[in-house]
Ligand binder design. Structure first.
Ligand code: SAM
Ligand code: SF4
Length: 361
């Protein structure tokens, strides 16, 4: 069997190498993290891009078994930001010099919703004089809708596959017409064909998930040649069906370590992609976002959602920064990144170098 040090010196990685890295012990993990940081600095530098997060609405038609926004969760008060609130978010992004925003919400496919998103995209472009880049994360839609949003000005889209193992997919989603593994993959393909910078990702530490599954996920990112990856730890939510497995999954510390290893290996396998340091990291570890940046992440999503509504975007419990104002978020992040020798890039779209390189070919 090859040593971790030998594998880390390779330029390409087979599934058995990825498995060995994900199984690294504490000492070996230190080598892995040092290497993934080096690969990150050499390929995308020590800068961090910002995506000001606007959680537009918590209304969702789907019923994912892990998420607090699922339609069958009756313990949530529904909200949708109005035009004035959206304008405030956009103006805050401009004032705080965030070069990009990410518009995220529960999934709806009705025309009122899809047209509203088009209108918001145009509004972001109008208010920022075309200067702010837009990432969408509004779930599965038909190709025509994705096209409409792209033509309106959105250019990045984040749609996590959640797991690339179809069998596991149906253990964490209902097996019905609204939840289709094949449709989710088709959406990722549609987004790429339309020209979006496509991001995908997973939750780490799900019930029934194995290391073999995570290795398969990393190979899935590579096979789809995505421009961005957003992955973070699974956090059990009391009002969801997967809550009952909370004592059967790895504990917070173990899930954090496995998330860091997954980020690090993904960085080795795809050196030039953009990778998000998910807020979920900070929910289970106070230094979670910094740790994610130190092993390979280069994107952070400070929250712009009005403080009043944030608690209702309860994907998982105890979300970090729920009480912070946008100013507090911005200052806190700046200090946190400086502490770990990273620089935040303001007023920049921060496109994925992997995507830009592919475009030049
Ligand atoms: N509705 C869109 C979708 O599902 O793609 C976008 C919003 S959804 C809330 C964004 C992401 O939240 C999902 O892709 C999922 O990975 C993550 N998420 C949901 N429930 C979670 C949980 N309990 N723990 C960690 N992440 C969770
Ligand atoms: Fe809805 Fe997305 Fe949550 Fe699934 S993960 S219930 S689609 S918000």
């Amino acid at each position: 069997m090859k040593s971790i040090a030998t594998i880390l010196n390779q330029q390409s990685f087979e599934k058995k190498d990825i498995l060995a890295l994900l199984n690294a012990n504490e000492e070996e993990s230190k080598l892995l993290f040092a290497k993934s940081l080096e690969v990150k600095i050499n390929n995308v530098g020590n800068s961090v891009h910002l995506r000001g997060l606007i959680e537009y609405s918590n209304i969702c038609e789907k019923n994912c078994l892990y998420c607090g926004l699922r339609v069958k969760n009756e313990n949530k008060s529904l909200y949708t930001l109005d035009d004035e609130q959206i304008d405030n978010c956009i103006n805050e992004a401009i004032r705080l010099r965030y070069g990009s925003v990410a518009l995220q919400c529960g999934e709806r496919t009705d025309k009122d919703f899809t047209q509203k998103i088009t209108q918001i995209i145009k509004r972001i472009k109008q208010l920022s004089d075309n200067k702010i880049g837009i990432t969408l994360s509004c779930g599965e839609q038909n190709a025509d809708v994705y096209k409409e949003w792209f033509e309106a000005g959105a250019h990045r889209y984040l749609l996590r596959i959640e797991t690339s193992n179809e069998e596991l997919y149906y253990k964490i989603h209902p097996n019905d017409a609204k939840h289709s593994f094949k449709k989710r993959i088709a959406c990722i393909d549609d987004l790429s064909s339309i020209g979006y910078q496509v991001g995908t990702g997973i939750m780490v530490g799900l019930p029934f998930q194995t290391i073999e599954d995570i290795a398969g996920d990393i190979l899935f990112f590579k096979e789809k040649d995505v421009a961005m990856v957003g992955l973070g730890p699974f956090i059990p939510h009391e009002d969801t069906p997967l809550w009952k497995y909370k004592d059967e999954i790895p504990n917070d510390k173990e899930r954090m370590l496995l998330t860091l290893k997954t980020l690090a290996v993904t960085r080795l396998v795809m050196p030039k992609i953009n990778m998000v340091a998910a807020t979920a990291n900070q929910t289970i570890d106070k230094m979670g976002r910094e740790k994610a940046v130190m092993v390979g992440a280069n994107v952070i999503m400070p929250n712009l959602t009005p403080t009043l509504n944030r608690k209702d975007y309860s994907i998982y419990p105890n979300k970090a920064c729920v009480q912070d104002t946008p100013d507090e978020c911005a200052n806190c992040l700046d200090i946190r990144m400086k502490t770990i020798n990273h620089t935040i890039l303001y007023d920049e779209w921060g496109d994925s170098p992997a995507f830009l390189e592919k475009q030049r070919l």
